[in-house]
Design a protein around this ligand. Structure first.
Ligand SMILES: [Zn+2]
Length: 91
């Protein structure tokens, strides 16, 4: 039986963790939201992330007193599957 994946139903917890890990690994390839304001960053916008992998937009980053682990530019989905650009410099 094939169903669309629903993270809240029909999935064993350990599988959810595995899927979540995979989603985090592929986070450059998926649409993501700011962890604070839930806004989806615009393509070309710089986003910041902390050690937990949480993503913050430019505006929310400015309000966060903790230094971000890094930042990167949001790419459109056409780049996500073939390119992985990371910027490990301190913000
Ligand atoms: Zn935000």
């Amino acid at each position: 039986m094939v169903q669309d994946w629903d993270p809240d139903e029909h999935v064993a917890p350990e599988l959810q963790v595995a899927l979540m890990r995979r989603a985090v690994d592929r986070r450059d390839a998926i649409r993501e939201r700011c962890g604070a304001c839930q806004r989806t960053p615009l393509v070309g916008e710089r986003v910041y992330f902390d050690h937990a992998g949480a993503v913050f937009c430019e505006l929310c980053r400015a309000l966060d007193p903790d230094p971000a682990l890094g930042s990167r530019i949001v790419h459109g989905p056409e780049f996500g599957h073939t390119m992985r650009l990371t910027d490990h410099r301190a913000a």
